[in-house]
Design a protein around this ligand. Structure first.
Ligand SMILES: Cc1ncc(COP(=O)(O)O)c(C=O)c1O
Length: 395
């Protein structure tokens, strides 16, 4: 059968299949990118669904408006104002089926074949694939510990000129590196990019998973032009299965997103949205987040202790201050795919860093998730991985 040419540009299937394998039953897997299923508030969700069906069953089982359930959008606006100082009106927010759909729609809205998307690199593989599907050319812009490197961004914009149609960034506890942009870099970025008419996609998937009291202000907070399109999700703070997320944009941009959302799936699930709204009104999501963070921080600490004890000194990491991942760097001449091959033979998995490069792949890094395995498995799996790393680096 003949498939569309866009498929050819997507990540190679061999790698995707290898990732699927890492999720088999008896594997100690540090490869997942989601919260611990043990944290999902199943009883509260069950109660919320029942109440919604009792109170507003017919509406909950109908189509919803394309922009999403109004009460939920209002509550999202309130939360973003209280937590991050963002002042989006309800009309500037639409509900999407996961933030993955918001990424897909952004490709649909801004990208023609051959356009350039600049990526903070390394970056989220799902965004790489979503934007590649629109036959964009992806260009990597390096990051350091403070965020995207402004000098390199300037060079990329000068090099590609008007072909640059979108910039994709994850400023908080980034997937895959766990890094967060400093306040200073956020301000510098907005000051610099406001000289251009390029939309910025701010993916805030992990922004609330901070191990410190203070939350950073989003890029969108500093943006006075409405150049930033902001994407939030309940997947990492609540549960991914409901597929409830949101996208915020200036009203004239939003009109176009609405047309695309309608064409994509008419509306997100009415019952899932109403369930989420009921939960937000009657339960305490912030308390839930505080509780899960305590657990994640503990798991991160245990993982770092094992790395410090069991791994060779040449394997570097910087302690993440939130999120779900530790990013480990091996010496440049080493390949983490080879290490994964050996680890999988001993039933331990992680994701090799090369998967997170939109272009200019580096192979000596690895993403290790700490939210999904309990402390016992973290100690066991990371001890094995430490030994294998020592052996591999000694060769
Ligand atoms: C950075 C980032 N953005 C977006 C997503 C997609 O999340 P969802 O579609 O569940 O909202 C993920 C999932 O891993 C992610 O890591």
């Amino acid at each position: 059968m003949k498939f569309a040419t866009r498929l050819e540009s997507l990540q190679d299937k061999a790698l995707l299949n290898a990732m699927e394998l890492t999720e088999t039953e008896d594997m100690i897997s540090f490869s997942a990118g989601f919260p611990s299923p043990d944290t999902y508030p199943v009883d509260a969700i069950k109660d919320s669904f029942l109440r919604v069906l009792e109170r507003e069953g017919k509406e909950a089982l109908s189509y919803c408006s394309t922009s999403g359930y109004g009460r939920l959008r209002e509550m999202i606006a309130e939360r973003m104002r209280d937590k991050f100082g963002l002042h989006y009106e309800k009309e500037e927010i639409i509900i999407t089926s996961g933030s993955q759909q918001a990424l897909d729609m952004s490709g649909m809205l801004f990208i023609n074949k051959g356009d350039i998307v600049l990526f903070e690199t390394p970056s989220y593989l799902g965004a790489v694939n979503a934007l590649r599907a629109y036959e964009a050319e992806l260009a990597s812009v390096p990051t350091d510990q403070d965020g995207i490197v402004i000098g390199a961004l300037k060079e990329a914009i000068e090099k590609y000129g008007d072909r640059v149609k979108l910039i994709y960034v994850i400023p908080d506890f980034q997937n895959p590196t766990g890094r967060s942009w400093s306040t200073q870099r956020r301000k510098e970025f907005i000051e610099f990019i406001s000289n251009y008419d390029i939309p910025v996609l701010e993916d805030a998937a992990y922004s609330e998973l901070s191990f410190e009291d203070q939350l950073e202000k989003p890029l969108s907070y500093y943006d006075k032009k409405g150049q930033v399109v902001y994407i939030g999700t309940f997947s990492k703070t609540f549960c991914p299965g409901l597929r409830v997320a949101w996208l915020c944009a200036r009203k004239d941009i939003m009109e176009n997103y609405l047309v695309l959302k309608n064409a994509a799936d008419l509306s997100s699930s009415a019952i899932a949205q109403r369930q989420m709204a009921y939960y937000l009104e009657n339960y305490d999501l912030d308390q839930h987040i505080r509780e899960i963070i305590v657990g994640y921080k503990k798991r991160r600490d245990v993982m770092m202790e094992v790395i410090d004890r069991e791994f060779p000194k040449e394997a570097h990491y910087v302690a993440p201050k939130g999120g779900l991942f530790i990013w480990l760097e091996l010496p440049e001449n080493k390949n983490s795919v080879e290490l994964l091959r050996r680890a999988m033979a001993e039933k331990v998995a992680f994701i090799p860093g090369g998967s997170f490069y939109p272009s200019g792949v580096k192979n000596n890094e690895m993403r290790i998730n700490f939210s999904n395995m309990d402390e016992e498995d973290i100690i066991k799996g990371m001890t094995i991985l430490g030994r294998l790393t020592k052996e591999y680096l000694a060769e």
